[in-house]
Write a protein that binds this ligand. Structure first.
Ligand SMILES: Cc1ncc(COP(=O)(O)O)c(C=O)c1O
Length: 402
């Protein structure tokens, strides 16, 4: 029986199902339909000429580029889940990063970027932003409040990604955002690993949160999309840049992503359970030097992860004891369930060698063995263990044959 005194706010799983649902506008259909639309017809010239009135309803459909009910519903649910003010969709995670940064950076500005960001973020900063006369400096992701000593009069943005790509360093985000706020600097966080469910950016002082919706939000390895979720004071500027750059996302992709967000909580909890169980099993293997998973008690970032995050998704890495490249390839190439491929966040398990040392400038990565990035998919745990076990046998056999 429902307790009439129950004043709790609905939980994440509930809001993932109830927010961004406009069935009443769609004949009661549970799912918001796909609107294929560029031209939107207006009843008369007055209405047409007032279509860009800044006071128009946020959900007013005026031109396909600027959104349809399907787009608005997805934007609403992701913004709500993370506790943001509003959100826009873009065609990829990388577009979310570039549009967010371009919203706040101008020639002559200075940008601070975590040394462990997704490598294409680094290329965008070094090759595109630097070309428009933005100075880029990389910082140790573990710098915490020490970021203050790196701030210059021209610093406009601090970019964070936590945990870091490939190596999973956990940043002290509240410490960094407190310093940024004091200096009037905007913080942009790549929150893809956590999704809006496992890290609530805005209650930790972040100004803009970017996501590769390509990963868990869409969740089936068949969509490319990004989302930029904003605190209220950053919304107008991001929305304007999004508009100027002509960003929009195809309606079918929006539909399937909205469909996937409805069960994000269930999927993410399953990825978390699977990832942690695999990480624990891997940490017992003699071939493994280190497991880089923030959910493990012996991970350097575990205390901060536990303090700030609400869960761990299914992506982590392991560092092997030194073996020949041939032995590592014998292991990885022969895997049957952990497949080789870029991206992550779908239902399937993945394993790829990664080379963190190629993407560091402020810190060193000096592990002597190979680093393998693993995505824990939703297959049966025992089948994944059998695949890993056979992989380690190939690694050992190839090593003995060296
Ligand atoms: C942490 C992170 N951010 C952003 C992206 C970019 O996403 P997309 O492939 O949709 O551009 C990726 C892709 O792997 C990623 O791992």
């Amino acid at each position: 029986m429902k307790d009439s005194q129950d004043t709790r706010a609905p939980g994440d799983a509930t809001r993932a199902i109830t927010k961004g649902r406009t069935s009443a506008e769609h004949y009661g259909a549970v799912n918001t339909p796909v609107y294929h639309a560029s031209t939107i017809l207006h009843p008369d010239v007055d209405s047409f000429e007032r279509r860009h009135d800044p006071n128009t309803d946020r959900r007013k459909v005026i031109y396909g580029l600027l959104g349809t009910p399907t787009t608005f519903d997805l934007e609403e649910v992701v913004a709500d889940l993370e506790g943001g003010h509003d959100a826009v969709l873009v065609p990829s995670g990388l577009a979310a990063i570039s549009v967010a940064l371009l919203s706040f950076l101008h020639p002559g500005d200075h940008l601070l970027v975590a040394d462990t960001v997704y490598p294409p973020t680094r290329s965008f900063c070094d090759q595109y932003l630097a070309g428009m006369d933005v100075t880029v400096d990389y910082y140790d992701p573990l710098v915490g409040a020490g970021i203050e000593s790196l701030i210059q009069p021209e610093t406009r943005v601090i970019f964070l990604e936590s945990p870091g790509s490939f190596t999973f360093e956990v940043q002290d985000i509240p410490a960094i955002t407190a310093v940024a706020r004091k200096h009037g600097i905007i913080t942009v966080l790549d929150n893809t690993w956590s999704t809006p469910l496992f890290f609530k950016s805005f209650s930790h002082g972040v100004d803009v949160s970017v996501h590769a919706a390509t990963k868990y939000l869409s969740g089936h390895s068949d969509v490319l999309m990004g989302a930029i979720i904003c605190a209220e004071h950053t919304w107008d500027q991001v929305k304007r840049t999004h508009r100027h750059l002509g960003q929009c996302v195809g309606p079918d992709d929006v539909y399937v992503t909205l469909r996937s967000v409805r069960n994000l909580s269930t999927r993410l909890n399953a990825h978390e359970k699977q990832g942690l169980a695999l990480a624990k099993w891997l940490s017992q293997r003699d071939e493994v030097a280190t497991v880089l998973h923030p959910g493990l008690a012996d991970h350097a970032g575990h205390a901060i992860w536990k303090r700030d995050f609400l869960g761990a998704s299914g992506l982590f890495s392991i560092v092997l004891h030194p073996k020949s490249r041939e032995a590592v390839l014998a292991m990885v190439n022969g895997m049957t369930l952990f497949r080789i491929g870029a991206s992550w966040g779908g239902f399937e398990s993945l394993m790829i060698p990664v080379y963190p040392e190629q993407y560091r400038s402020a810190t060193a990565w000096d592990a002597s063995g190979a680093t393998l990035r693993i995505h824990a998919g939703l297959e049966d745990f025992d089948d994944l263990i059998a695949d890993l076990d056979a992989g380690f046998n190939r690694l050992n056999q190839a090593t003995r044959g060296d």
